[in-house]
Design a protein. Structure first.
Length: 132
């Protein structure tokens, strides 16, 4: 690297691309918020040589998503289990088998009996605002 003034200057590499590829590079650089197509190309090369920045931490994000979905699924399955317990109790009180799915509607169970029906999937606000 040469020193030019007070800053370091990198080596220049010339690459020939077709007019169509140049148009695609310029569009991609503009849509992704790069200052110039050159900075887009430098970042692409750096990512290829040193690992992609966008893929760092993706496993943690996916794992966190699965964990959150698992806890939401558990919460909702508890609600279904509670409803089944109530239905089974009502059927046993009438000395019958089954759960009474055709006998009592959910509207009747939650309205007349006053069962708790506030089970909601709560999604926390994202910690980081996604770039568009």
């Amino acid at each position: 690297m040469e020193k030019h003034g007070s800053r370091l200057r990198g080596a220049r590499i010339a690459v020939r691309v077709s007019a169509e590829d140049q148009r695609k590079i310029e569009e991609a650089a503009k849509s992704r918020g790069y200052v110039s197509p050159s900075s887009f190309i430098r970042t692409a090369i750096r990512n290829e040589l040193h690992g992609r920045e966008e893929l760092i931490g993706i496993e943690e994000r996916i794992g966190g998503s699965f964990e959150r979905l698992s806890s939401e699924n558990m919460r909702l399955s508890r609600a279904v289990q509670a409803e089944k317990k109530v239905r089974r109790h009502l059927m046993r009180a009438r000395k019958r088998k089954g759960f009474g799915w055709k006998r009592w509607s959910r509207q009747w169970l939650y309205g007349e009996l006053g069962l708790f029906h506030g089970y909601r999937v709560r999604r926390p606000a994202p910690k980081v605002q996604l770039a568009r």
